[in-house]
Design a protein around this ligand. Structure first.
Ligand SMILES: C=C(O[C@@H]1C=C(C(=O)O)C=C[C@H]1O)C(=O)O
Length: 416
């Protein structure tokens, strides 16, 4: 825990309006950038006024890390003296967070940045913590990444398809209904990777995704765990995937097979049902579509269910995040068994991949995604992740191809 968080000193937080004349990501400096942005709107930030990094928990999926973060935030926000001339979701004190997939992994991180710049609906603003004279960023050009050396992750392709086949056997034996198996790959650059380079490319190539970076975990996720503004919240459930076609005809045919696929609609239904079960008790109203729609991204197309809900009074944003995670879109059904099978078969630790990532203000407004299509970038090293939902009808080779398509987003973003 940083000294700033442990102290009782007041934090002077000032939000001022800015001219809306700058692309958000262009404001970022090179060093440890924080970002959450979609279609040019969102938040970027830098510097650290306070930082929480959590150790491993004893229990894999207990909500301990979310409760610990909530307690830390309660004490942090109680010290804030805010002067906010904009008063929108995302103004005043804002933290960025990134939680581990499994509670037994260390490294869940929450940061109160020194400077935040936001942009939404034609308005722009800057928030500073204890530094009202901080210059508004104009970070300078991002450095190209340079030639990468690739090495396989924990499991080679053959080993990973073996793990998928083992998962299919477990599912057919009736042990569980669905499990999401992920793999990793490692890239080494000639020098420290300037995170702004992949961020800019992801934002350009994946305009429908949320481009994010928190403590080096950088990616563009299509999957919104929750967006909250006041009592209203939204979510987007994804599960069921096909590649994009090379021609419009091929693309449409792939979409049609996805929408008609029993395997994929079943895989999707596990994910919507896990959301309904997790969120139901926390919500007044909860509206799910009857059948999924199609979400097309540059590399893949998904079955998608947009969800609307109203949170019951007294339910905090982190309560909802803790209840939703891990969804069947990244864990499986039933969750505890799926977590065991992941631990047994994946052969790696996920760290913060497939965990909640996002931001929140002192009123609980915020946006949290599932950290997918990402890499953990530390210095010159990037560790990429991609996972696939496995059900009884899964074919290991097709899942391997799907994981390659999912790696594709980050691979391309790191290329020169
Ligand atoms: C696990 C990932 O993606 C998840 C799995 C999907 C699937 O198996 O069809 C689709 C979207 C995501 O919920 C990933 O991208 O790493």
């Amino acid at each position: 825990m940083s000294p700033a968080a442990a102290s009782r000193e007041p934090l002077l937080v000032r939000t001022v309006e800015l001219p809306d004349d700058h692309a958000l990501l262009d404001r970022l400096p090179d060093s440890a950038p924080l970002a959450w942005s979609r279609r040019g709107e969102g938040l970027v930030a830098w510097g650290r006024a306070a930082r929480l990094e959590l150790p491993a928990e004893d229990e894999r999926s207990g909500g301990g890390r979310f409760a610990a973060a909530a307690e830390w935030l309660g004490s942090l926000f109680s010290r804030v003296e805010a002067h906010d001339e904009v008063e929108l979701p995302g103004t005043g004190p804002v933290v960025f967070g990134s939680f581990t997939f499994d509670g037994r992994d260390p490294g869940s991180t929450v940061v109160l940045p020194r400077v935040v710049v936001g942009r939404r609906a034609g308005r722009a603003w800057m928030t500073t913590v204890d530094d009202a004279s901080a210059p508004v960023g104009a970070g300078g050009p991002a450095r190209p990444v340079g030639g990468l050396r690739w090495s396989p992750g924990a499991l080679g392709a053959g080993e990973w398809t073996g793990a998928v086949a083992a998962a299919v056997d477990r599912i057919r034996a009736g042990d569980l209904a669905k499990v999401v198996l992920a793999r990793d790959a490692v890239a080494e650059a000639p020098g420290p990777i300037d995170i702004r380079t992949p961020l800019a490319r992801l934002a350009r190539d994946y305009p429908d995704c949320y481009t994010y970076s928190v403590a080096g975990l950088t990616g563009a996720t299509p999957e919104l765990l929750l967006r909250r503004a006041g009592e209203r919240m939204e979510s987007l459930v994804l599960a069921g995937t096909r590649p994009r076609g090379g021609t419009p005809e091929e693309d449409a045919a792939l979409a049609a097979t996805l929408l008609a696929s029993v395997k994929d609609t079943e895989e999707h239904a596990y994910a919507t049902e896990s959301l309904r079960a997790a969120l139901g008790p926390l919500c007044g109203e909860l509206v799910l579509p009857e059948r999924p729609e199609l979400l097309r991204l540059a590399n893949v197309q998904h079955l998608a269910s947009p969800v609307r809900a109203t949170l019951r009074p007294g339910v905090s944003t982190l309560d909802a995040v803790a209840a939703l995670h891990p969804t069947a879109a990244v864990g499986g059904t039933p969750t505890p068994l799926a977590m065991d099978v992941i631990g047994e078969l994946e052969g790696m630790r996920r760290g913060r991949y497939a965990g909640p990532v996002g931001w929140m203000d002192a009123d609980g407004n915020g946006e949290w995604g599932i950290a997918l299509r990402c890499a953990q970038i530390d210095g010159a090293r990037a560790r990429l992740f991609a996972g696939c939902g496995i059900v009884a009808g899964s074919d290991p080779e097709a899942e391997l191809a799907e994981s390659e398509s999912k790696f594709g987003a980050m691979r391309a973003a790191l290329l020169d």
